[in-house]
Write a protein that binds this ligand. Structure first.
Ligand SMILES: [Fe+2]
Length: 398
């Protein structure tokens, strides 16, 4: 029997999870995204994928004020997914479209879910390395944040985890590894670190260096420049992770060199830019430190060192393998800030390139230094993409 209009209205609206939707958008499956957030929300933060996302923007209030005119703006014969901030008004709109005969699914949790979704991507390694360890780049796609899981011989180290720590616990367990240490490259400004919570829950050492002028209220196991951590051993294989002090983005910024080959740079060096040194209000001092780090401290590392950063600015920075990475030798030639000859010119360039950081960054830094905050506040402060780069190059899709 054909559905009556009333029965159709009561039928449950189909839903789609962010984790299922993103691979489909990446493959370019011809999905049409109907974004029903208001103008400002839409302009400041959009869903991105490895192929352009075809989007129609019709605010929710337009659907309320004039449903017929709004529905008429949605092309027929397309596979539609509807997006809003939290998944509520998009469910209503998806229902209206369904009723109008346009097959539509609601994106569960909206931009909040997009902002916290974590996608693990295995970093390709040479066969001899892959036999000894795994490197996973965990891409928080909505924010452009990258964390890492390094596993060897039954043990894992987590670097720069997001605050949804149970994800890392589950992932390490799936890989058959026990988390033995948690590291942060620096006191983050764009997102609340999961480091202290994860390490505290598991009773394993946690490290972050806040640097001079910052009072850290988190228990840490200090690590010095050049110190080596051994990982693994339970199954006869192990690797070494070397601590490389790389001040500048923050005074305590630290990089981690995995097996002498893969440099987790945090926000010191990205694949298209460098980290902004202005977030603490000491742009001249920190800018000089960053220049020295890039020109002198990283100078000894060979050009084939693989750089794995903590952030990226646009999908153009994602390689065909799905990894955000670059060779240090290539970045020395291609990152514009790496071409600057003097510290003063470097500071002037990065100063000119940065916009005022989001106001929430000051609050997030406080939380990462140990101040308490509610989940609701943190969720609000973390909205939007990271703005950690000094000047992401203008590249297609960035
Ligand atoms: Fe940062």
């Amino acid at each position: 029997m054909a559905d009556t209009p009333d029965a159709a209205a009561e039928a449950p609206v189909p839903t789609v999870e962010v984790g299922k939707l993103l691979p489909r958008l990446d493959r370019g499956e011809g999905i049409l995204l109907v974004d029903v957030r208001n103008e400002e929300e839409f302009e400041t933060w959009k869903v991105e994928a490895r192929r352009p996302v075809e989007t129609v923007h019709v605010p929710y209030f337009d659907f309320i004020e004039d449903a017929d005119a709004s529905i008429a703006k949605i092309p027929r014969g397309r596979d539609v997914v509807v997006l809003c901030a939290q998944g509520g008004s998009s469910a209503m709109v998806a229902g209206m479209l369904q009723e109008a005969g346009i097959p539509s699914a609601n994106i569960v949790g909206g931009m909040i879910a997009y902002g916290i979704y974590l996608e693990p991507v295995r970093v390709p390694l040479a066969a001899a390395e892959a036999a000894r360890y795994e490197v996973w780049q965990v891409n928080r796609r909505g924010k452009g944040c990258l964390s890492y899981v390094i596993a060897s011989g039954g043990e894992a180290v987590i670097v720069d985890p997001s605050r949804h720590v149970e994800w890392y616990e589950g992932f390490a367990a799936e890989r058959g590894a026990r988390i033995v240490r948690v590291l942060d490259t620096h006191v983050h400004a764009d997102h609340v670190s999961g480091g202290p919570a994860l390490a505290g829950k598991l009773g394993v050492p946690y490290f972050v260096a806040a640097g001079e002028g910052f009072e850290l209220h988190q228990p840490v196991t200090p690590l010095g420049d050049g110190q080596k951590i051994r990982l693994g051993g339970e199954r006869g294989v192990s690797i070494e992770v070397r601590v490389v002090s790389t001040p500048g983005h923050t005074p305590g910024s630290t990089s981690f060199l995995v097996d002498g080959k893969h440099l987790l740079t945090g926000d010191t060096l990205f694949v298209a830019s460098v980290g902004r040194p202005d977030l603490g209000g000491h742009v001249v001092e920190w800018g000089h430190a960053l220049f020295d780090t890039l020109k002198r401290r990283l100078a000894d590392l060979p050009g084939e060192t693989r750089v794995l950063p903590a952030h990226y600015s646009g999908m153009a920075e994602v390689s065909p393998e799905g990894v955000v990475w670059g060779l240090l030798g290539d970045l020395r030639r291609t990152v514009p800030e790496m071409q600057i000859a003097t510290a003063d010119a470097f500071v002037a360039a990065v100063r000119g390139a940065v916009k005022d950081p989001p106001k929430a960054y000051a609050e997030i830094i406080k939380v990462n230094l140990g101040a308490p905050a509610t989940e609701e506040k943190i969720s609000e402060w973390e909205l939007g993409k990271n703005q950690c780069a000094a000047s992401a190059r203008k590249v297609a899709g960035a």
